[in-house]
Design a protein around this ligand. Structure first.
Ligand code: PMP
Length: 406
């Protein structure tokens, strides 16, 4: 129980008032993308109505306003993550951020005989870039496996961290199981062995108060659209020494100091990694999203989501024939499940007719599906703006759908 008026918070999200197939919407797909509060929608609208211009190129008033707004968003996001703004590269999302590390840090450094460690629970965005690097450099990929609960088997993980390992890439929070990994401890163990660490924070930033500096990683990636911000926004935090040593990923305007055919001088980080016109309006929106979440308080967000998850687990456990995947020690409000005798997609399709939006499929985590021996699961993912009534409506819909499929 917190002092926050959650009904008022929910009212900040206009989309949540709509109906789907004649039923009130129950949106349980926030791990896929989050809904946006009025403040974010207004910030984007206001930027286009009153301030729109490109960043950094124009001396006129609008150009200055646009640049200041874009840099203000970087500063807000840096404060939110507890990192330095000049170590925060703004980009289109986690996928871009992880590829930036793969192409600018790993590709020029790795050699045949080197190894990269990833975990079994990674999103494809934290697997495929490393496979591409391994293919091109001759490095190998090693996999950290899970225990029965869906937690990383830490002993086995540390045993994998042999001298040829150069890089360890791991999710802070699993998008399928909700597992919250002890990234601080993992990064400490890796660092002790001279291994560079990349943490995928996509599913952590929307749900936990973050202190990226305290985690002790080398790189931390986030995506804006899962934390109340617009799509096409995200960031990579990296230690200054890495950013200074890394070659640019993309070339173009904004990322240079001086261009000559004899040789080009790059801009200082983080601008060195921000070629071309960025998603300015999107970042203005992300700045508003960070303001919104900060005002709400991430500790309140976390407490609210714990409460909702406890209710959700209890309600789901009362439905017969449900298999829940994973029971990690520390878990965000993401639940993967299957109903006996029903295909995941059929279940999700029928739930949609009841107004309930959940995701079905592999959740961009094929290796995790292979671990459980299933092609797909259903996934309900909650956010602070969901309600206890929605959980009851979901379970009623699930019971109805189960009867239909039986
Ligand atoms: N990693 C994780 C854990 C995710 O959940 C997602 C989004 N589903 C991503 C990476 C990729 O994020 P984006 O598509 O925004 O780049």
């Amino acid at each position: 129980a917190t002092a926050v008026d959650w009904a008022r918070v929910r009212a900040d999200f206009p989309l949540l008032t709509r109906e789907v197939h004649g039923k009130p919407l129950v949106y349980f797909d926030s791990a896929n993308t989050g809904q946006k509060p009025e403040a974010v929608i207004e910030a984007v609208d206001d930027f286009y109505r009153r301030h729109n211009a490109n960043v950094s190129r124009a001396v006129h008033a609008l150009g200055t306003e646009a640049t200041e707004a874009y840099e203000a968003a970087r500063a807000k996001l840096a404060r939110f993550l507890n990192v330095r703004a000049d170590e925060l590269v703004l980009c289109s999302g986690t996928t871009f951020a992880l590829n930036l590390v793969a192409y600018s840090w790993a590709l020029p450094r790795l050699r045949p005989g080197d190894a990269i460690v990833v975990s079994r629970m990674e999103h494809h965005a934290n697997i495929v870039p490393w496979q591409l690097v391994a293919e091109r450099t001759g490095a190998t990929l090693k996999v950290a496996e899970l225990d029965e609960r869906g937690d990383l088997d830490l002993e086995r993980l540390y045993a994998l961290l042999t001298p040829e390992v150069r890089l360890l890439a791991v999710a802070h929070v699993s998008n399928v199981l909700g597992t919250v990994n002890p990234v601080r401890e993992i990064c400490r163990e890796a660092r002790r062995r001279g291994i560079v660490t990349v943490v995928d924070g996509s599913q952590a930033a929307p749900h936990r108060a973050l202190d990226v500096a305290a985690i002790g990683c080398d790189f931390y990636a986030i995506t804006g659209h899962k934390m109340c911000g617009p799509t096409g926004t995200g960031a990579l935090w990296a230690r200054r020494e890495h950013l200074a040593a890394m070659p640019p990923f993309l070339g173009g305007g904004e990322m240079i100091k001086e261009v000559r055919f004899e040789g080009t001088v790059y801009n200082e980080p983080p601008h060195k990694f921000e070629a071309g016109t960025p998603n300015i309006a999107g970042f203005v929106g992300l700045g508003a999203a960070v303001d919104y979440l900060s005002a709400l308080g991430m500790a309140h967000v976390e407490a609210r989501e714990r409460e909702l998850l406890a209710h959700f687990n209890e309600a789901l456990a009362a439905v017969e024939g449900v298999r829940v995947f994973g029971a990690p020690r520390e878990k965000a409000a993401v639940v993967s499940f299957l109903v006996e005798g029903a295909h995941a997609h059929d279940l999700a399709t029928l739930l949609d007719l009841e107004g309930v939006a959940i995701r079905s499929g592999h959740h961009c985590a094929h290796p995790l599906m292979q671990h459980f021996g299933v092609p797909a699961t259903c996934r309900a993912s909650l956010a602070f703006y969901n309600t206890h009534e929605e959980i009851d409506a979901f379970v009623a819909a699930l019971r109805k759908v189960r009867r239909l499929l039986a």
